[in-house]
Design a protein around this ligand. Sequence first.
Ligand SMILES: [Mg+2]
Length: 458
Amino acid sequence: MSARILVVDDTPLNVKLLAAKLARDYYIVSTAENGVEALKKVAAEKPDIILLDVMMPEMDGFETCEKLKADPATAHIPVIMITALSDVADRVKGLAAGADDFLGKPINDVALMARIRSLLRLKVLMDEWRLRETSAQQVAPFPQPHGGEADIGEGRILIVDDAPSDIEAIRDTLKAIAPHVAHVPSVAEAETALAADDYDVVFASIDLREEDGLMICPRLRSSAAGRHVPILLLANQGETERVAKGLDLGANDYLMRPFDAQELFARARTQLRHKRNYDMMRDGFEKNIKMALVDPLTDAFNRRYLDAHLPRFLQHAAEQRKSLSVQMLDIDHFKKVNDTHGHAAGDAVLREVARRIVSAIRPSDFFVRMGGEEFAVIMPETQLPNAEKIAERLRHSIAATPVPLPDGGELPVTISIGIADTRPDLESAPNRVFERADAALYRAKQDGRNRVITDKSA
Ligand SMILES: [Mg+2]
């Protein structure tokens, strides 16, 4: 996976070495000598990942990172901080500034490449959601349902390990951010646990006695329940090659024994934050799609949905040589409801009529608000007599009981319905079915309303 990487370091030799290493792996590298220049380059070049030295004149790595993470335009770009190997306080400070990862100097090549690949995978995923969200916004522009970062809240953690000391250390250290901790001794049990319950982070030992702990990566990444859960590997000193393998197989980060409590806490919180941001992105997307395709007052699909899906319905009916029936429904004298009782009463009538329509039709039917007081029901694989029976039941369910109004009163309401179908032997084109149902609805209105008229013309 190729990507653009920005290397920020005030020491020319460091920049040169790092840039050469990255270029050998076909990354596109650009460089900056300090924080100020880095912010300019990030704005101009939108890199996929940033390698950021901590000790720099003018603006140090912490401040640069904070600025990047505070700007919504750059907050999603992963930052790897480069710190002196021994300085745990710096690492923790870096993660607190919003860094996604850090590497010690001198830089271990295997760890560097593995970290870059792991963060790039995450970024590709997030970019995809961001793109989908933007597309949903373009279909129907709504204000962003959220902004900035998700709350970390209380995390749920799954530990896959057969060493009690590991489990205890993790449980103790993460008490404040993860009160729910479960542990299992094997990869198979981890899969079962994830399928049954939601977890935010998986800690997985690669040193299990009975099996190869690295199997957790391909297992989870190929299962629906485990595909997006962050995996933090637990390894012994000197296992860098196996850790790198794990990161390549889809793990997100790792910790070396003996665990440093601050580092453990900081890394867990970073993964938790990634998970929350990912969840928020996905939820925002689903909400946007729903807002774009569903009428908020009645929960019916809107015309946009109908226009997008009608060709598929018609094509399916033609291929199966089956009838598709369409009902057009209109609330009688609805204008009078609004004029006499006000818009709140009008909305109550629309909502209640929609509710009764939904309870009268079948799960396989599609309910659409065409606009104003006009609705449609698309009934796949339904012949006219059956459609008429359902329409008559629906008309009755509305006329039989007055609609309660917000002011405590109630109002008798009736609807008129026109029906048409797309029998395969009909001469008229299938896409004229709405026009014909609409013409039938018009006749129902002409004939005195509160009735069902079926199109027999075609
Ligand atoms: Mg420096």
